[in-house]
Design a protein around this ligand. Structure first.
Ligand code: B1N
Length: 856
């Protein structure tokens, strides 16, 4: 509508607002105290640190909202192409420090608070980690958001606002105990609730067909139950830009229409109960990492957030007048973070065909151009397959659409390839058998423009092992570049500047500016100073301070004393999984212990002292992983209490590994372990964080380790183990009884079986024996040593000996560590996201200009 007074009105409002909230100390203090008084209704003359944290958070939120609103307005005015990152997990970690750093106001906040008697770093510790993810996949999504905002891309994240994030892990008598993570207890100051942004999501019901006024056959999905999705926006500020993007998370709420029948029958409470069931959908994050669990509620979560998201995105697309559907692929694209949101493909088809009235072929053409799929794992147990009957029950219209998609696709294949039965059955969305299954990965490939893996070796395995038929087919069809690689990264803002301020300052000082935070390849400049004893000294100092900090954390959380001055810190932190081989780490620790035991005290004194630190959560239903945690803890009890050796070797299980603990743990490493069986870890991302923070890697030729080695040089890594192409042959030979086990490993296994680490606990003992026997009595396949620990153990020991040798030569160690860290430029998510932006999303830079200093 034309409003002749629009400019005057705008001007007036602008004057009321004066200007953006000031970045000066006075304005910051006024903001904080105002929130103490008016938002928290606490008295401004005495407020606790907790209240100060919350008031400070609200004052930062005010600033975020300004840049957030204006960025959105700018995107809309420019009508830029938008990309939507769909993920069931976002492992954000704490927001306060990150927001201050990215808004470039941390120093003034520090001053403002100090002046009224509060310590900013202390406030940071008051924030409860938002932990809406399991591990690498969810953390990657969070690092990506930081880079998307920083690179001025018009991308929004979409996901679920789980009431409970990943469980909190406590260790009781050496075992994992899960506690619910009710992270919203103290209301979340970082989110913006949007009660006015809601969409209806249907489940169950049935599908009718009817003829529309043009005589076309149409489908109508009715009945079943409706829940509402309500939006919560989480502003994501970019670094060194005025752009702030959005992470929109959906909460499930009861449908709007109240069930008056139940009410009239006097079953008011039942009606309320029924409505509460809706909220169950967004109640809890599934705590599995790299395994698939075919639960109906999980499928409901997937559809719930996808349905609301696609409706929201199409509504935004249609808002501009005069849109034609042909414009859709040039204005909208979606990135599927693994197959978890793949039901978005048939959902898009449903909305385009049933609601918007497009014909099938047009809808399919648009859909295929809009979607892209990232694969994050080749482990068979993680590949999603939903029973067709479950989809039919929960989403009857989608099953029909999946049938159509599959039928037409297979016809296409037959047309260009002829009837190649074997290949056809591998490419079908359906896996035939006793129970018909829907292979989500096949649907994601068929419905996508680009498919990518997350590290070079992984992307090759995706083509070779998962989708070879598709690769051939699309090549023949003239799409040889459908399968691509985009190597993962991490954001240096959180993982260096926030987590390791000492190192960040060192980088800026030696490089002459802090531009490396946006252009990480600049770190290479450090190599010019490799021989400077001053740099070496500062480097060692920073590491020592970080080790002291972690030592305090471990004392507080585990009541174990470490010696940060004299011990090498050896760290393995990641989800507990057999393929990640925490067990081979345990075996080596025991072996090292035995070696020390056998030495004379004089010889012991010549050894490198090591603190072996392990941390990570096990999926609550993953018994073997839980046994491994118990074993780590028991090894710790034996070693740490042995007066002969405890000075030289300690073992600690660090409880509740999460993003904020990682920010303390990672900067303190001398070495870290990334030791998955070759071909199993798609990428890994903590490996990157460790090296950037001046740690060296003991690792296999797997995932991103391969590329880190390429960038940093062979001499910076302790590589061991079979190469990926050798693994199948080793398993095959093992099946035929050709599988030697070294004497050293035999000794370790015998000791475990003899009960040396069971500490009189019969249950633990039989679990430990189970672990060992499975590996020893190699029957091949999953029942034997599938992850070839026995094969890789001797070379693992050698790699560890090389670690000691280099560590004894401190100057060389430090130079190697500087060289490695300085060579990590490739592994920023800024580089990853640029690749997504250019190769996959085809986005333009949409940088919002500096806001006007004066009212218009
Ligand atoms: O994704 C990370 C990679 O760096 C890791 O190597 C990879 O293991 C991880 C099902 C997953 N792959 N698949 C999952 C998570 C939850 C779930 O329910 C699978 N996580 C990964 C980032 O690329």
């Amino acid at each position: 509508d034309f409003d002749p007074n629009a400019d005057a009105k705008r001007n007036k409002i602008w004057q009321l607002m004066e200007y953006y909230l000031g970045p000066d100390v006075g304005s910051i203090q006024r903001g904080i105290v105002n929130h103490v008084e008016y938002t928290l209704a606490a008295t401004r003359f005495s407020f606790a640190t907790e209240e100060c944290y919350r008031a400070t958070a609200f004052s930062i939120r005010d600033r975020l909202i300004e840049t957030f609103n204006d960025t959105n307005e700018f995107f809309t005015a420019k009508d830029v192409k938008r990309c939507y990152y769909l993920s069931l997990e976002f492992l954000l970690g704490r927001a306060m420090q990150n927001a201050l750093v990215n808004l470039d106001i941390e120093p003034n906040y520090k001053k403002a608070l100090a002046d009224i008697g509060y310590n900013l770093e202390e406030l940071y510790e008051h924030e409860h980690d938002p932990a809406l993810g399991n591990g690498g996949l969810g953390r990657l999504a969070a690092c990506f958001l930081d880079s998307m905002a920083t690179l001025n891309y018009a991308v929004w994240g979409y996901g679920i606002r789980y009431t409970y994030g990943i469980f909190e892990q406590k260790i009781v008598e050496g075992r994992q105990v899960e506690h619910p993570d009710y992270w919203l207890v103290t209301a979340n100051p970082w989110e913006i609730e949007r009660p006015d942004v809601t969409y209806a999501v249907r489940f169950y019901g049935h599908v009718d067909t009817y003829k529309d006024d043009k005589g076309r056959e149409r489908h109508r999905w009715t009945g079943g139950e409706i829940v509402q999705a309500m939006a919560y926006d989480n502003p994501i500020p970019g670094f060194d830009t005025y752009n702030t993007i959005n992470l929109r998370l959906w909460k499930a709420c009861p449908g709007k229409e109240f069930d008056f029948h139940a009410f009239n029958r006097g079953q008011f409470l039942d009606a309320v109960k029924e409505r509460q069931r809706a909220e169950y959908i967004s109640a809890v994050l599934y705590p599995n990492d790299n395994t698939w669990e075919g639960k109906e509620l999980r499928l409901k979560q997937q559809y719930f957030f996808v349905c609301a998201t696609i409706q929201d995105c199409l509504r935004r697309f249609k808002k501009k007048e005069g849109r034609s559907w042909d414009e859709l692929p040039s204005k909208v694209c979606f990135q599927l973070n693994d197959t978890h949101p793949t039901i978005a493909i048939p959902e898009m088809m449903r909305l385009l065909i049933d609601i918007e009235g497009l014909d099938w072929d047009k809808a399919w053409d648009l859909t295929r151009q809009c979607f892209n799929y990232t694969n994050h794992t080749v482990l068979p147990e993680a590949l999603e397959k939903w029973p067709a009957h479950l989809i039919e029950k929960l989403l009857p219209r989608h099953l029909l659409l999946i049938n159509d998609i599959n039928y037409k696709f297979l016809c296409e294949v037959r047309e260009s390839w002829g009837d190649v039965g074997e290949k056809l059955s591998k490419m079908s969305i359906y896996q035939e058998g006793y129970e018909k299954m829907i292979r989500m990965a096949n649907m994601a490939v068929i419905g996508s423009n680009k498919v990518n893996g997350v590290a070079a070796i992984h992307s090759e395995l995706v083509k070779k092992d998962l989708f070879p038929e598709f690769v051939d087919y699309y090549k023949a069809k003239g799409q040889p570049d459908k399968f691509v690689n985009v190597t993962n990264g991490v954001t240096p803002r959180r993982w260096i500047h926030c987590a390791n301020r000492g190192l960040s300052n060192l980088f800026s000082e030696w490089l002459g500016s802090d531009s490396w935070l946006k252009e990480l390849t600049m770190l290479q400049g450090l190599v010019n100073h490799l021989d400077s004893t001053e740099l070496q000294k500062q480097w060692a100092d920073v590491k020592k301070q970080n080790k002291v900090k972690l030592t305090k954390w471990i004392k507080l959380n585990c009541d174990i004393d470490l010696d940060p001055e004299n011990m090498l810190f050896d760290i393995q932190v990641k989800r507990i999984h057999e393929y990640k081989r925490q067990l081979i780490n345990c075996f080596y620790i025991i072996h090292r212990y035995f070696k020390l035991k056998k030495m004379s005290p004089g010889d012991r004194d010549k050894q490198v002292k090591r603190a072996c630190l392990i941390g990570g959560k096990a999926a609550p239903g993953y018994a073997v992983a839980k046994t491994i945690i118990k074993l780590c803890n028991n090894i710790g009890l034996v070693l740490n209490n042995d007066p002969d050796t405890s000075k030289y070797l300690k073992c600690v299980f660090m409880p509740n590994y999460n993003v904020s603990n990682a920010q303390t743990i990672i900067p303190a490493s001398d070495i870290s372990q990334h030791i998955s069986t070759a071909g199993t870890e798609a990428s890994g991302t903590s490996n990157m964080k460790f090296v950037m923070n001046g740690g060296l890697i003991v690792g296999t030729m797997d995932g991103a380790n391969v590329e880190i080695r390429e960038e940093c040089g062979e001499d910076t890594m302790f590589i061991f183990g079979a190469l990926e192409p050798e693994v199948a042959g080793i398993r095959e030979k093992a099946k035929n009884g050709n599988y030697p086990i070294s004497a050293e490993l035999r000794e370790v296994m015998d000791a475990i079986v003899s009960g040396k680490f069971s500490l009189g606990d019969g249950e633990a003992h039989s679990e430990f024996v189970g672990l060992i026997e499975k590996i020893r009595n190699n029957g091949g396949g999953y029942n034997g040593d599938f992850y070839i620990l026995c094969h890789d153990f001797p070379s693992y020991c050698k790699a560890n000996e090389q670690v000691d040798a280099l560590y004894k030569d401190q100057t060389n160690w430090i130079k190697t560590s500087i060289k490695a860290a300085a060579s990590m430029g490739k592994f920023t998510t800024d580089r990853s996201i640029k690749e997504y932006g250019q190769i996959i999303w085809k986005l333009e830079d949409a940088e919002r200009p500096a806001p006007d200093q004066s009212p218009m």
